[in-house]
Design a protein around this ligand. Structure first.
Ligand code: PLP
Length: 391
């Protein structure tokens, strides 16, 4: 594997470290779902080598045979320090956290704590497709409160949806995606305070998926639990997206002060799901991986600018508003007249795999999601293939 040379003056861009040939040796879903003539720019995996502190921590654990069950609060402590330094939020209390297998299973457990079978769960489409799948699988009703045309929360729609969701005496939850996948919107403190006020007014419980929180540049991430009224919320956090650790399973559930009693009801067996090696990896990332993260964010900024320029030049009919967070670009292809599923056309005719907008809910038809966490060369090749699909 190509190792990133560590320089005293800063980290090199991890997005430039691996060649396409090396990446094609990977066995994960991004690289094995499609044949080798397809360029994969879809699922949220990053084309980076791991941060050196993560490699070191995991290697040390393997050499020691430290591969038992997780114990202790090191992960939560590392997240609390990271949150304080990065977001100026000193309110993450280790005693109000619980280790969960990953963010989506954590979401499921939090929703289970605050709702019952058949109860509504409000989501903001277009949104990460597993929100629909996991909520449906746990026998709750998905209720849509679509984002506005600017890709941000529409608080009027949210208010009306909350009102409908609790009618008939239901216990409702709101699954907030913060920052938002796929639009890359970073919700402001004012927006989140308004969410908290609406949640209090209608008795809706907020479960915030904050997995993309470390991947924010050019905006200020505001933890939901830090806003006035956010005390009754439950948040899911993880180093998984920021440091590409999806294969090293571990996430953290964090309760606001007014939700501590709910989190205390989390069944003990949920804590059996995360991987001890995963916990070690996530802890190392949060504790020692900030220089690497900053280099990643700088590389992602370059990639965002590159993509904007390439689309303007090669595919000007695609509408694109660069996001403030995540490494995903949300592309409106409706003017190309490729039907509801342009991803299918780009795949068949261009041999480039993008995520289809269709499973992403209302507002997804005619759109695709492109993964920017790769090298500039691969982005250029991806856009070349998209353009070739239209000839
Ligand atoms: C918003 C969001 N939540 C959750 C996940 C998945 O997280 P995990 O693998 O920890 O369940 C992703 C993955 O891309 C995501 O974008």
């Amino acid at each position: 594997m190509t190792r990133i040379p560590h320089e005293p003056s800063g980290e090199p861009n991890p997005l430039r470290a691996l060649t396409l040939d090396r990446l094609r040796c990977r066995t994960s879903t991004k690289w094995r779902t499609y044949p080798d003539d397809v360029l994969p720019l879809w699922v949220a995996e990053m084309d980076v080598p791991l941060a050196e502190p993560v490699v070191r921590a995991v290697t040390d654990a393997l050499e020691l045979g430290d591969t038992g069950y997780p114990a202790g609060t090191a992960y939560a402590e590392a997240l609390a320090s990271f949150a304080d330094e990065r977001w100026g939020w000193g309110g993450l209390a280790v005693e109000r956290t619980a280790i969960v297998p990953d963010v989506m299973l954590g979401v499921v457990e939090m929703i289970r704590l605050v709702t019952g079978p058949g109860d509504p769960v409000v989501v903001n489409p277009p949104v990460y497709p597993p929100f629909f799948q996991f909520v449906g699988h746990m026998d709750r009703q998905v209720v849509e409160a679509p984002l506005g045309p600017d890709g941000r929360l529409d608080l009027g729609v949210l208010r009306d949806t909350f009102r409908r969701a609790v009618s008939g005496g239901h216990r409702a939850a709101y699954l907030l995606c913060s920052p938002h996948n796929p639009t890359g919107a970073v919700h402001t403190a004012a927006e989140l305070a308004e969410v908290a006020a609406l949640a209090a007014r209608y008795g809706v419980r907020v479960v915030a998926d904050e997995i993309h929180a470390p991947v924010v540049a050019g905006a200020r991430f505001v933890p939901y639990l830090s806003v006035p009224g956010g005390e009754g919320g439950l948040s899911l956090m993880s180093a998984s997206k920021g440091w590409n650790l999806a294969g090293l399973k571990a996430g953290l559930a964090v309760a606001g002060p007014a939700a501590a009693a709910d989190l205390a009801r989390l069944p003990e067996e949920v804590g059996h799901g995360p991987s001890h090696v995963g916990v070690i990896a996530h802890t190392a990332a949060l504790r020692e991986g900030t220089a690497w993260l900053d280099a990643l964010l700088a590389g992602l900024d370059d990639n965002r600018r590159l993509l904007t320029g390439l689309l303007a030049e090669r595919l000007p009919a695609i509408a694109h508003r660069p996001g403030e967070a995540t490494y995903l670009a949300w592309l409106d292809c409706r003017a190309l007249d490729l039907g509801d599923d342009p991803a299918d056309v780009f795949l068949r005719r261009g041999r480039v795999a993008l995520s289809s907008g269709l499973p992403i809910g209302t507002g997804g038809a005619g759109r695709v999601r492109l993964n920017l966490a790769t090298s500039p060369e691969i982005i250029e090749e991806g856009v070349r293939r998209m353009a070739a699909a239209l000839r």
